[in-house]
Design a binder for this molecule. Sequence first.
Ligand code: PEP
Ligand code: MG
Length: 745
Amino acid sequence: MLTVLRRIAQEIDLAGDLMSALNIVARCVREAMQVHLCRIYLVDHKQKCYVLMAFDNNDKLPVPSSSVALDDSLLGLVSQRVAPVAHLNLVGNDLSEKLAFLGVPIVHHQQVLGVIAVEEANHRLFTEDEEAFLVTLAAQVAGTVVHAKEMGFVFKEGAKPLEIKCLQGISAVSGVAIGTAKVVYPPADLDAVPDRSTNNIDEELQRFKDALDLAQKDIVQLQQKIEPVLPLEEQVLFSAYLQVLSSAELKDDVDEEIQKGQWAEGALRNVIKKHMMQFALMEDLYLRERAEDILALGQRILYHLQERSLEPTQYPAKTILIGEKLTAADLADVPEGALCGVISYSGSHNSHVAILARAFNIPTIMSATGLAVTELEAKAVILDGYHGCLYVEPSMQLSKNYERWAKEEKELDRALQGLSNLPSQTVDGRAVSLLLNAGLMRDVGLSLNKAAEGIGLFRTEMSFMDKAKFPTETEQREVYRQVLQAFSPRPVTMRTLDIGGDKALPYLPIQEENPFLGWRGIRFTLDHPDIFLMQLRALLSASEHLENLQILFPMITSVEEVDEALQLLSRAYEEVKAQGLNVTMPKVGVMLEVPAAIFQIKALAERVDFFSVGSNDLTQYILAVDRNNTRVCSRFDVLHPAVLRTLQYAVERAHAYHKPISLCGELASDAVAAVLLLGLGFDQLSMNAGILLRIKWIIRTIPYARASALVQEVLALNNVSLIRTEVEKVLDEAGLGGLIRAGKS
Ligand code: PEP
Ligand code: MG
């Protein structure tokens, strides 16, 4: 039964909402107890009745009634007694047919919230074991119901379960944001056009007319250009296009939509979709395929509408930015101070949009699903970055609760400021340096007055990515010097250029079948000593008289790569010295992010001064899960036992050779993971500025001995969600619940 209970607990955790969770429970109970029927009722005190929230039965039984009076004999008895009730009933007059009933209350703080009831025909009374199973489950369900009630949704008028409009996705940056949805979309993509109402119908009609005229002109021009080389039978295609564009039907339909108050882009989208559907339903294959032509024409008109749109994008004061596929540039477009939350329908926790949002500490959800992006424009929304959900047009109750939690979060952050100047040390004396991940000067500014003891990872590729060509040695030196100076005398670990994978340079497109297994990081720079030497010289010369530079090589797979990189570093050093600059040789480290490197720590330790674990890539390579692929990102389990064991091995090996080891992937920004990283014995953790004080709170609260013991406990569990639950329990017990859910406790 324990295994079944655990499985149900996990499934409840994964359910998006209360109704799904209760339906899962009903199904699992029926299967586990092998009964005919399981019903779950919740008490609606306003309507004074039980509302049937979920049931699972074998097909022969009728659907139970959706609400039952509070004094219903058996359910009422369960509530009255606040205890399980078992009952054996005769069915009709047939003495051989009996119906066994078992109902257990769902109780919270002595109040009955509902009842889980099972029934089985021809059954002896239920056993004590079965009763205990149901009681344990009811206690778990109580937690889920209380959480849903706090969120303000259980019932709506008329004692029916409340429908909640919400989006669900992967939590990429925790926190709560309350604001207004702003949908951004790529140009000329009809699917991504949001609904938007207009007050200026005449202007929209005119905009549409102009765009239509321009689209017609395009086609005429194309036709003239291509006609001489196109066979006659294909030329009719252009005439057909022109016919569609000049048809009264298209124009009238769009005009009619605009008259109803839809803006021109939205009206066009609706009409094109309608026309496409008509073609798609046709029997004739040729005509069916014309749906694609209609779409192409629609995109063309849309392009002109967008081209001629004079209005610059307006962002609400509290923007929750939403898009099918947001880019870092979309985030940068929002005026400073207005961006409160980010929702992308694609990408994962480790996509660079998510990494950027984390650097700015903006609550973020990736891979969102549940509602079309077109339905969200200008809607009031609440983003819960802890649970990865977005509530659309939330109820008053829900808004009130979240406003309270958001206020509490601010209070928590303010209170944590008091930790800034205190050492990052556990109560039993273990020091863990907290460092900063950065890649832009803006991140560095953010962190200066925070408690970072240095920069643990400066992603130099960021300043290569927003250029039109490779930056010169002088340009690079300036960027590095600024950062080194800003942090001096605190150490700054500059990682050499790490492009490839999902980090492409606009001026150096690399086409590969498997980019994450391809020409990445050190593999690229060793193949381009010209570019590598230039960067190494820029780094060394930027450090003159500062002496706080450390250099880190990314994507190391073999010892030979380190030897080659060190040779080039020595050469760059000699060249800089020859220029008369007074520089010292920096400490050098390698990233442990390819599993192969973990198994060569001895040889690597003979060559370098420190190690830094890149948990983003290490996880992707251990689990064989592309860190950016939406389809598999739910399998990107940073707490996977195999990842934890690899980390344990890496720390143990590095320490065996007396080398410090840090972790600079996103794992260090996850409160649950941070407890384990402390227990695993990492010397340093490097993370985003926004999370640093929260992690310091953990270090200063949870004793090292407790964290190490916890690592041993969770490694015996072999199950990611159980591991997470165990660590969350420890955080809760230590009074750190505010780090794993909205609010401060
Ligand atoms: C990592 O892989 O964990 C890492 C820090 O590097 P990046 O995310 O830049 O690949
Ligand atoms: Mg990496």
